[in-house]
Design a protein around this ligand. Structure first.
Ligand code: CA
Ligand code: CA
Ligand code: CA
Length: 157
């Protein structure tokens, strides 16, 4: 069991990679318990990531060629930065100070934690955190072995 108060210690380990996927995004993934089993599974996280990607593509793929060009990606980053600033630039100087960045990270972590905490009891249980852990591990593996060829279940065709 991970209490929210301990989440800081725990979060960088489990959530770090997910947040890294989402670098600079002001809004975390929209995690949904699609199959209603009370936990967010790795598949559900992947689905949320795909949805997020599709949404980003739909918004920023100006020439509609199905991928984001350098310019389009630049736009994504600029917009994310702007919305992060909007939310977390507490002193309004147009820059994120160290402590403002910390607050932004913290807020993302907490948002993620509260999405994982499906029963809303204030803790992310092992079961609730398992899917995230799995995503993290498969990413780590993918990083080491190069490209996640070794996905569980051998993929579906
Ligand atoms: Ca589920
Ligand atoms: Ca500031
Ligand atoms: Ca919980």
């Amino acid at each position: 069991m991970i209490k929210f108060s301990n989440f800081n210690k725990f979060a960088p380990i489990v959530l770090g990679s997910l947040i890294a996927l989402n670098v600079g995004a002001a809004t975390p993934l929209n995690l949904v318990d699609n199959d209603g089993d009370g936990v967010i599974s790795a598949e559900e996280i992947t689905a949320a990531q795909e949805a997020k990607k599709a949404e980003t593509l739909a918004t920023y793929d100006m020439d509609g060629n199905g991928e984001l060009s350098k310019e389009e990606k630049k736009l994504v980053r600029a917009d994310r930065k702007a919305s992060t600033l909007e939310q977390f630039d507490a002193d309004g100087d147009g820059e994120l100070s160290r402590s403002e960045k910390r607050a932004a990270k913290q807020a993302r972590r907490e948002a993620m934690a509260s999405q994982l905490d499906l029963d809303q009891d204030g803790t992310v249980s092992d079961a609730e955190g398992a899917g995230m852990q799995e995503v993290r591990e498969s990413r780590d593996e993918g990083g080491r072995k190069g490209r996640g060829e070794h996905k569980r279940g051998g993929g579906r065709q």
